[in-house]
Design a protein around this ligand. Structure first.
Ligand code: HOZ
Length: 440
């Protein structure tokens, strides 16, 4: 049954008059899936409610941060307590080292961490630091990986850039991106070739160790180790962008799961517990190049903000002290993804399911998705139809084929059951449309 959308539509129209596209981040405009974006007014646990009173099971979780669900009591209490003492000082507070100690306890290869306010700031600072440390200009990134919206990182990027089908961004002079080498993900030979072509000139390789920004794409066996080997051989740095995977796949992120240690790690999302926090971390020898100790400059008025630190600390201490939640999320996500896959099979809808822990994507293709080229071959129209039907069935997924979905500690059996039921209806609609018997 179609949802009520009148109030969300009114709010969208109002926003469009004053905000470009009515949104403060492009994918939220639903251009890739069509229909009216619901305006969210409340969240609790795994569920959210929109301005028309529709209820949804949420698999976006604010694009990853809300691993403990919406309005998690421990997080809300910590933020309220911090706010009562003042919201920002632009001076150091004890909470910054509290959070730094917990973050570093998760990543044995990291000795110091600098907090910023977003994942974009984290990755652009880490790149600057890699260039400062190595004295080199070139960087390697991978097609379909997204590392925020800094000029040099938008080349062949994933996330909204992929969703909107634009090759990069207007407003980036080609000179600003001339040192960015974009290579196919999961292709170690291409990386090897690049290092042979530019010996001693590549500062770093930055990679999402499990990609979330072209949909969920895991690393092929040996890929991360190959990156480690090639970068070390040429004295370049390896940066794991764990903005999505940090504290999600395991407490120690993808580097714990895959056993490969990068030189620098970038973080965001979960470390802020739903408030704006990013971070970059590494060995003291490299991190001490950051001002005021060293010549690499980076600063921020709201960096280390006390509310954000409190939300992050409450989230991370919960995860640290309740590690069994990772096993639980793994089991719930496995059940969900497998059951939806079998519903697709029953309906004859080709679907490829990629999942690592609580990150997953249902790709509308019969073929394996291992890189951007294979992701881009998906049937995005079928995804759009599936998406709208799921929304009508009370399930809120990322509104793009090229974004990972996230499950949290609060998703339970009942949520899985309802989601699978909605998926069965959605696949039936796709099947009917293919047979030419549906109009929507
Ligand atoms: N680029 C974000 C996900 N990969 C989307 C952020 C948002 O729209 O909130």
């Amino acid at each position: 049954m179609a949802r009520k959308t009148q109030e969300s539509r009114r709010l969208q129209q109002r926003a469009e008059a004053v905000i470009p596209g009515g949104v403060n981040s492009p994918v939220r405009a639903f251009r890739a899936v069509g229909g009216d974006p619901p305006f969210i007014v409340r969240g609790e646990g795994p569920r959210i409610w929109d301005a028309d009173g529709n209820e949804y099971i949420d698999y976006v979780g604010s694009w990853g941060p809300l691993v403990l669900g919406h309005a998690a009591p421990a997080v809300v209490e910590a933020v309220v307590a911090a706010a009562r003492k003042g919201t920002s000082f632009g001076a150091s507070t004890p909470a910054e080292a509290d959070l730094a100690e917990v973050v570093l306890s998760a990543f044995p290869a990291m000795e110091k961490v600098r907090f910023v306010s977003s994942g974009t700031e984290a990755t652009m600072s880490a790149i600057r630091l890699a260039r400062a440390y190595t004295g080199r200009k070139y960087i390697v990134k991978f097609e379909g990986c997204y590392h925020g919206h800094a000029d040099a990182l938008l080349v062949k990027a994933g996330s909204g850039v992929a969703t909107l089908g634009i090759p990069g961004s207007a407003g980036v002079p080609e000179e600003f991106a001339q040192f960015t080498l974009a290579l196919p993900y999961n292709n170690a030979d291409a990386v090897d070739q690049a290092f042979k072509k530019f010996p001693g000139q590549i500062a770093c390789v930055i990679v999402e160790p499990v990609v979330g920004n072209m949909g969920c794409v895991p690393p092929a066996s040996g890929f991360l180790d190959a990156l480690r080997y090639i970068t070390s051989r040429d004295s370049a740095l390896l940066i794991f962008d764990e903005v999505m995977t940090g504290f999600r796949l395991a407490f120690g992120g993808a580097q714990e799961v895959y056993g490969t240690a990068p030189d620098l790690t970038t973080l965001g999302k979960i470390i802020g517990g739903g408030l704006p926090v990013g971070a970059y971390a590494g060995p003291a020898e490299i991190m001490d190049l950051v001002a005021p100790l060293g010549p690499m400059y980076q600063a921020g008025t709201l960096s280390g903000n006390p509310l954000a630190m409190a939300a992050g600390l409450a989230t991370l201490t919960y995860l640290r002290d309740n590690r069994e939640v990772y096993g639980r999320m793994e089991r719930t996500a496995a059940t969900l993804v497998t059951m939806v896959a079998s519903a697709a099979k029953d309906a004859g809808v080709p679907l490829t399911c990629n999942r690592v822990g609580s990150m997953f994507t249902w790709f509308f293709t019969a073929h394996p998705v291992t890189d951007w080229e294979s992701a881009a071959r998906c049937d995005v129209d079928a995804f759009g139809r599936f998406y709208r039907a799921m929304l009508d069935g009370g399930v809120y997924l990322p509104p793009s084929q090229f974004e990972a979905a996230f499950l949290g500690t609060e998703h339970a059996e009942e949520d899985v059951r309802q989601t699978v039921y909605a998926a069965r209806q959605a696949f039936a609609g796709i099947k009917a449309a293919r047979a030419g018997t549906a109009t929507s």
